[in-house]
Write a protein that binds this ligand. Structure first.
Ligand SMILES: Cc1ncc(C[n+]2csc(CCOP(=O)(O)OP(=O)(O)O)c2C)c(N)n1
Ligand SMILES: [Mg+2]
Length: 432
């Protein structure tokens, strides 16, 4: 039965020589096949726009801007995609993400962290490529794979590590843990354990910016929100509802899909009727862009355009970044399902190594400058561990805070008193 199903549902996507879904093999051709940055505005024939509508549509706008830029860059003497200063900043941010996560793995296995911990290794080009272009007032909404998004947005490594250790000095006073990074100061709006939960929050944040600007007449409110989420999450209803609202209201948001091809142990190609996620943008009337998420320079180019559109009030963009995680789904995952050949293919496309190579080949920086950054980051990460380790544990009573607006919401116990007033209230529930 299964064989029959697969044999009649063979889909060969025209985009690249991706193996058919029927083969069920993780495709190395799909991944890494997009060395060229692609913008995919729908053609008139397949999207059904009239010429006038097409010209005024946001879908043509993003590609036109990029095309123009590409032509200018080709005709100018310097076709470098980044300056030395920008390149080193981007490199530093990616190395921070990588070293921080490697340290998390060590600390987790030493029993310093509790619950699930999902690392971001391999996907750094996406976080850095987008978030380093933001202003402080702009918002970032993440998933449970959130440490590196928080770091890129400027939450200090000390606060992120302390949060992971469950300490009071963490960005959520140790109450959120790995999957719930939040910082009002840095406009990091979470950290969500449930997949897709962050998307409506991000849509709401983008609505707030638009409302402040247009209804409250705060003319300088041009804040942008980035919503990060995975490929698996794109099969969740909240994604579609939010694409609809964002397009309808022309919200200043960028939906950034980190397509690492896997949702825990489920291959994207097996679980998704049309694996080309970017196509869902045009279906809702916004541009859909597909980019090589292992190349920070390409991600950055796309991010500039998408963030710029949002800031100018031109509406949302859906960006699918094709990327890969270098570790298991979480630190509890033995990672036995993914093909070693696929892992090796992506390991060879490490975004940090690639940026370094580009900068050296283009005489933008020398080996010694990268080494100095590596050393600086090692020290920051070491320091974050020492700080977290020495920080105090929260008091038991903190467990009751921020759960209900009124702690009396825990109800009345059998003795007729509020449960929270019982000194034994937290006994046996958790040990902090
Ligand atoms: C609403 C909900 N359903 C199911 C889960 C269990 N779950 C945890 S991670 C995950 C896969 C998500 O994959 P993807 O969106 O590709 O993100 P990635 O882990 O690859 O970054 C699932 C289904 C969940 N956390 N929330
Ligand atoms: Mg995924």
């Amino acid at each position: 039965m299964a064989t029959a199903f697969w044999s009649v549902n063979v889909i060969q996507h025209p985009r690249c020589e991706r193996p058919s879904i029927a083969s069920r093999k993780p495709s190395s051709a799909f991944l890494g096949s997009t060395l060229k940055l692609r913008f995919n505005p729908p053609s008139r024939s397949n999207f059904g726009f009239s010429e006038t509508l097409r010209k005024s549509s946001p879908i043509s706008a993003i590609s036109d801007v990029f095309e123009e830029k590409k032509q200018k860059s080709a005709s100018s003497s310097s076709s470098l995609l980044i300056t030395k200063e920008e390149g080193l900043e981007v490199y530093e941010d990616m190395v921070l993400g990588r070293c921080f996560e490697d340290m998390c793995a060590q600390m987790y296995y030493r029993g310093k962290m509790f619950g699930f911990v999902h690392l971001y290794n391999g996907q750094e080009a996406v976080s850095t490529g987008f978030i380093k272009l933001l202003k402080k007032e702009d918002c970032v909404v993440s998933t449970y794979r959130d440490h590196v998004h928080a770091l890129s947005k400027g939450v200090p490594a000390r606060e992120v590590m302390s949060e992971l250790f469950g300490k009071t000095t963490g960005c959520c006073r140790g109450q959120g843990g790995s999957m719930h990074m939040f910082s009002k100061e840095h406009n990091v709006l979470g950290g969500f354990a449930f997949i897709g939960e962050g998307i409506p929050v991000a849509t709401g944040a983008a609505f707030t910016s638009k409302y402040r600007k247009e209804a409250l007449n705060e003319a300088d409110c041009d804040h942008v929100t980035l919503a990060f989420f995975g490929d698996g999450t794109c099969n969740n209803g909240q994604f579609y509802e939010c694409l609809n609202m964002a397009a309808l209201w022309k919200l200043p948001i960028v939906f950034v899909v980190e397509n690492n091809l896997w949702a825990i142990g489920m291959s994207h190609l097996r679980s998704t009727s049309d694996p080309e996620i970017w196509k869902k943008g045009p279906a809702f009337g916004m541009p859909g862009v597909h980019v090589d998420g292992m190349d920070v320079l390409k991600v950055r180019e796309v991010a500039k355009e998408a963030i710029g559109r949002a800031r100018r009030g031109e509406g949302p963009t859906l960006v699918e970044c094709e990327t890969y995680r270098f570790r298991g789904h979480s630190l509890a995952d033995p990672d036995e399902l993914r093909d070693p050949a696929e892992k090796a293919h992506y390991a060879a496309r490490d975004p940090i190594t690639a940026l370094k190579k580009y900068m050296i080949e283009n005489n933008l920086a020398k080996e010694g400058e990268f080494k100095a950054i590596d050393k600086k980051i090692d020290e920051i990460v070491e320091d974050s561990v020492e700080f977290a380790d020495e920080s105090p544990q929260p008091s038991r009573s903190q467990l009751l805070e921020n759960v209900f607006a009124d702690p009396k919401g825990f109800g009345i116990g059998p003795d007729g008193r509020y449960r929270c007033e019982d000194p034994k209230f937290t006994e046996g529930t958790a040990h902090v």
